[in-house]
Design a protein around this ligand. Structure first.
Ligand code: AMP
Ligand code: MG
Length: 343
C-alpha cells in the first residue's frame, strides 16, 4: 500500500509507537544502522516488513527488545555462558541466536525454531520500544540488497511512500550491522561479524567462524540471510587485496578509463595520494577503523550518486572491526576479489 511517510523526531515518539502497536512498520535509528520495525509477535505486521523491503521470506529477522524480561518472552531459557555475553555486550551490537518461544511467529524466523535477539544501545530505539510495549522485529531499513541506511536520507531514498513512519535520530554510530552469534550450538558460531568482534567474543566462549561468512557458494543453513547479495550499490565493486593493491588498481583503472568508464577508489586517507587521477572515496584513517565502518555504506551510496561505473576498494586486514568491513565489502563486490600478489 502506498503511504505518505511521516517523519518524526526522536522526542516525538507516541505516534510512531502507536503505529507499531497497530501492526504497521516504522523506521528508527539504532547504534548500528537504521532498522525497519514491526511488532515481532504479530505475523501480519512482520509480513509488512518483508513487503516494504522486498525481502525474501526465507531471510529471518532480528527481534529487538528493550529489556532482558522482554527477551525471556521470545527466547527459551539460556545457559550461564549466554547470560555472561548478555551482561557484557548488551545493550550493544551483538545479536544472539537462541531457541525460540512458540509466541514468535514463524514468519519472523523464516520457519526456524531459533530466534535472533538483541537489545540495541540507542536511546531513541529503546524509548520507542518501551512506549510500543512489544518486542520489535527489525531488519535494516533499506530496499533488500541495497547498502544499509546510516542516515535518515538513506531511509527516505529507499522507503519513502512504502512505510507510514520514520523516526529521525541523525547518523547512526557503528555503521555496520550487529554481530550475529549462533548460541544454539557449541562452540558458538559467528554468522556475521560486526561491532562486537570475534576477538572480544573469544575471551568469553569458544567461537567458530561460519564458513558462510566467506563465500556465497557455501550454503549455510544456520544463516539463511547470508546467501543473498547484499549491501550493493549500482556500480561494480572490485576488491584488490595484498601489498601490490595500489599499482594493480591504477593499472586496471587506466584500462577502464580508456573504455570511457567512470572509475573511483575507496581507500584509507593515508593511501589517497596513491591515486592522483582517480576519484577517491575516503574511508578515514587506517588507525581508526570505526570511522571507516561508519562511513562505509554512505560511501557505497555516494559511488552511485557520483555516477561511478566501477569502484575499486583496497582490501583491509581481516581482524577486529576489519573483519566486519571486509565481510560487507565482499558481498557488495559479489565476491569479486583480486589478489595483487598472485601473478
Ligand atoms: P538484517 O536483519 O538484514 O540485519 O539481517 C539479519 C541477519 O540475522 C541475517 O543474516 C539473518 O540470516 C540472521 N538471522 C536472523 N535470525 C536468525 C536465526 N534464527 N538463525 C540464524 N540467523 C539468523
Ligand atoms: Mg539488512
Amino acid at each position: 500500500m502506498p503511504w505518505v511517510t511521516k517523519r518524526f523526531s526522536g522526542d516525538d515518539l507516541s505516534e510512531p509507537a502507536g503505529m507499531l502497536r497497530d501492526g504497521y512498520c516504522v523506521a528508527f535509528p539504532t547504534e548500528t544502522v537504521y532498522g525497519l520495525g514491526a511488532n515481532a509477535l504479530d505475523s501480519e505486521a512482520v509480513q509488512r516488513i518483508f513487503a516494504a523491503k522486498g525481502r525474501p521470506a526465507d531471510n529471518p529477522l532480528i527481534v529487538h527488545c528493550c529489556s532482558v524480561e522482554q527477551v525471556c518472552l521470545v527466547a527459551r531459557p539460556w545457559q550461564e555462558r549466554v547470560q555472561r555475553l548478555m551482561d557484557t555486550f548488551w545493550p550493544g551490537p551483538l545479536t544472539l541466536v537462541l531457541p525460540k518461544q512458540p509466541v514468535v511467529p514463524l514468519t519472523a524466523t523464516a520457519g526456524l525454531d531459533t530466534v535472533a535477539v538483541r537489545i540495541p544501545d540507542h536511546p531513541v530505539a529503546l524509548a520507542l520500544f518501551r512506549l510500543a510495549g512489544v518486542p520489535v522485529a527489525a531488519p535494516s531499513a533499506n530496499v533488500s540488497g541495497r547498502p544499509s541506511p546510516t542516515r535518515v536520507e538513506h531511509v527516505m531514498d529507499d522507503l519513502d511512500g512504502r512505510i507510514p513512519g520514520i523516526v529521525d535520530g541523525g547518523p547512526t554510530g557503528w555503521g555496520v550491522e550487529s554481530t550475529v552469534l549462533d548460541c544454539s550450538v557449541y562452540p558458538y558460531r559467528l554468522l556475521r561479524p560486526g561491532g562486537v568482534t570475534f576477538e572480544e567474543l573469544s575471551a568469553y566462549a569458544e567461537v567458530e567462524l561460519d564458513p558462510g561468512m566467506f563465500s556465497e557458494t557455501i550454503a549455510s543453513p544456520r544463516s539463511p540471510g547470508m546467501k543473498y547479495k547484499h549491501y550493493a550499490p549500482e556500480c561494480r565493486v572490485v576488491i584488490v587485496t595484498g601489498r601490490q593493491a595500489a599499482p594493480v588498481i591504477r593499472k586496471l583503472a587506466a584500462k577502464d578509463m580508456v573504455l570511457g568508464k567512470q572509475v573511483g577508489v575507496m581507500a584509507f586517507s593515508e593511501h589517497s595520494a596513491r591515486y592522483p587521477h582517480l576519484t577517491v572515496l575516503d574511508l578515514g584513517s587506517k588507525y581508526a577503523l570505526q570511522e571507516g565502518a561508519s562511513r562505509l555504506y554512505h560511501l557505497l551510496r555516494e559511488a552511485d550518486a557520483l555516477g561511478l561505473d566501477i569502484l575499486y576498494v583496497e582490501g583491509l586486514p581481516e581482524k577486529e572491526l576489519g573483519m566486519a568491513i571486509m565481510n560487507r565489502l565482499r558481498r557488495a563486490a559479489g565476491y569479486h576479489v583480486i589478489d595483487s600478489e598472485r601473478d
